[in-house]
Design a protein around this ligand. Structure first.
Ligand code: CTP
Length: 421
């Protein structure tokens, strides 16, 4: 007797031998009318070559940039922009219903607005309303359009509902302009699609919650031109902010010297020093359900600040720099929770005895979770990837394998959510 699971495996094998596409994940590639539409051809190629059955659904404007013949030839499916073709197959409902993933690349400001407001005046917007699978938007537009409050609110709405909206890249735009708004590299969009397909539909499980995330590294000024700082890039904190927003949270991101663009739909407070960071965190934490301290906070600051540039004096040794302790923000907010049941998470970057130091630090700081990772000159700082163990005050240990910082961020929220009361 064949077990049902084994039967499925055999059936899928037989289909593959016959060259059928029955078991291939079904991806709808929506393309809206922007110059970056040509880059979606490469995305389509990557998707089909990696075993996905892709149906391209361009808008009428997208066809001004890349014609229907290209989409049809690359996908192996007929292409239409309207709901009026092949009406007997009810395409405006079927395409979305059968999809495992919808990715819109490029997503113009107009398309994002339609999706956020549920308009359905062509095949792509109908598909977005009927799809019950994960949806990824890869926006591309001019910086002004991206930064406009209307677009930002639409992006926040889509993220609150569980859609993944990838941050546009910074670089050359159409014509001579440069700035934020470039379509991210097709390889990057492809990776996001693969991750989202593997993860499936996710409920916005942080909806109605306020979370505070600190990111970056503090700088402690010595004089108007010099400071004591550290090598934190802020990317892990930004990934935490983005993923929390995607899971429906209201997010306050306290950013220390990151130079990174603000994630859409997130309130960003810029700070410089540890003292400023403390003030901003305490203020935002007052009504927060969770606080994640991903920032690298300087433990010490110069005791005195020279208002003029410190000059070297010929024949004299330099004056020593006298340091004074900075407040320990994580220990403070852990000991004195602004709300009952508030979940507090710390990060610990260690170079030696990583786990042993992490356990001691978790006890010392009094937080609920501590994300411990090993750092070194070429590890973690500034990179797009991370590897860690999340220690719980309840004795739990969750290893997180090497992978994108967003994956670690998702696991942190997975561990925070059940702890929220
Ligand atoms: N942290 C903080 N305030 C400080 C120092 C650190 O809130 N003055 C937070 C960091 O944001 C991080 C956690 O504490 O979440 C651990 O930071 P780390 O620098 O590893 O800890 P330290 O207390 O500085 O420990 P040590 O220098 O002994 O390794």
């Amino acid at each position: 007797m064949l077990l049902p699971g084994l039967w499925c495996v055999m059936e899928s094998y037989v289909s593959e031998v016959r060259g059928e596409t029955v078991d291939k994940p079904k991806v709808v590639l929506g393309v809206s009318g922007g110059i970056a539409a040509y880059k979606a051809c490469e995305l389509l190629r990557r998707l089909t070559e990696s075993g996905h059955d892709v149906r391209a659904v361009p808008t009428a404007s997208a066809l001004h940039f890349v014609g229907a013949a290209t989409w049809s030839a690359l996908s192996g499916h007929p292409v239409s922009t309207e709901v009026w073709d092949d009406v007997h197959e009810v395409p405006h409902v079927r395409i979305g219903q059968h999809a495992d993933l919808v990715v819109v690349a490029p997503a113009t400001a107009d398309l994002l607005a339609k999706a956020a407001h549920g308009l359905a005046d062509d095949l792509l917007t109908n598909t977005l309303l009927t799809a019950r699978c994960p949806v990824v938007f890869a926006p591309a537009m001019h910086t002004e359009m991206w930064e406009h409050p209307a677009t930002q609110e639409n992006v926040a709405t889509l993220r609150r509902r569980g859609a993944v909206v990838i941050e546009p890249a910074v670089g050359r735009l159409t014509g001579v302009d440069t700035g934020k708004g470039r379509l991210p590299d097709p390889a990057e969009i492809f990776e996001v699609c693969r991750r989202v397909l593997a993860r499936g539909v996710r409920e916005p499980d942080l909806a109605g919650r306020h979370v505070v995330v600190s990111a970056g590294g503090t700088r402690e000024p010595l004089d108007p031109v010099r400071f004591l700082g550290n090598r934190s890039s802020g990317k892990q904190g930004y990934a935490l902010a983005r993923t929390a927003a995607a899971r429906g949270a209201r997010v306050t991101l306290i950013a220390a010297n990151t130079g990174l663009p603000d994630p859409a739909g997130v309130d960003v407070v810029q700070v410089g020093t540890a003292v400023q960071l403390r003030e901003a965190v305490l203020k935002a934490a007052a009504d927060a359900d969770a606080v994640v301290m991903a920032a690298a906070v300087a433990d010490f600051r110069p005791e005195t600040y020279a208002t003029g540039k410190i000059k070297k004096k010929d024949g004299q040794d330099p004056d020593p720099i006298v340091l004074t302790r900075n407040p320990d923000i994580l220990a403070e907010i852990s000991a004195d929770r602004a709300r009952p049941g508030q979940v507090v998470v710390g990060f610990a970057a260690e170079t030696d005895d990583v786990l042993a130091n992490g356990r001691t630090k978790l006890r010392r700081k009094g937080c609920d979770l501590l994300v411990v990772n090993e750092v070194g000159e070429r590890r973690t700082f500034g990179s797009e990837e991370n590897e860690a163990v999340v220690l719980g005050a309840d004795g739990t240990e969750t290893p997180v394998p090497h992978g994108p910082k967003e994956a670690l961020a998702e696991i942190v929220w997975d561990l925070v959510t059940p702890r929220l009361t």
